[in-house]
Design a binder for this molecule. Structure first.
Ligand SMILES: Nc1nc2c([nH]c(=O)n2[C@H]2C[C@H](O)[C@@H](COP(=O)(O)OP(=O)(O)OP(=O)(O)O)O2)c(=O)[nH]1
Length: 133
């Protein structure tokens, strides 16, 4: 039986656009789009983990504004991911790509055009519903 891997991700807004990150060819889920973030390490809170990951991966400092609903996804390859999304705001640092192939700022209405990691789909749906509300 596979254990659940807890992963945080950041929905970072700027000028009505959201930061979307494309995984590199070398990563798992190659070329899929995701909200940047990563695995929670032992002893970390989800928020601490996300702040660390965003600094490590993108050189950005963020402020976390709120948590959204988490979803658990089974990739049927032995990996079960609990994805914990947070709304966040860029407060410092210039964007540097350390791991991803590319990042883009995407309008809300165009988010669904990207080829997202499967675990992100319900989070994307919640985000779109929240933006419409
Ligand atoms: N950061 C992030 N990871 C996601 C998202 N959606 C999704 O399925 N994942 C998966 C990809 C990875 O398997 C895992 C996050 O791991 P990670 O980014 O910290 O590390 P990694 O690529 O080295 O992970 P892995 O190769 O061991 O799978 O969660 C997402 O929106 N953001």
């Amino acid at each position: 039986m596979s254990h659940t891997i807890r992963v945080t991700c950041a929905i970072i807004f700027k000028d009505q656009k959201v930061l979307c990150a494309q995984r590199s060819e070398k990563m798992s889920l190659p070329l899929k789009w995701e909200f940047p973030g990563g695995k929670i390490e032992d002893g970390e809170s989800p928020e601490q983990s996300l702040i660390r990951e965003i600094k490590e991966e993108l050189n950005l400092e963020i402020e976390i504004l709120r948590e959204f609903q988490s979803y658990t996804h089974d990739y049927n390859n032995g990996k079960v991911i609990e994805l914990i999304p947070f709304l966040a705001r860029h407060i410092g640092g210039d964007l540097e790509l350390k791991e991803h192939k590319q990042v883009i700022w995407k309008e809300i209405g165009n988010l669904k055009k990207l080829d997202w990691a499967e675990a992100d789909i319900p989070i994307l749906e919640d985000l779109l519903a929240w933006c419409r509300a």
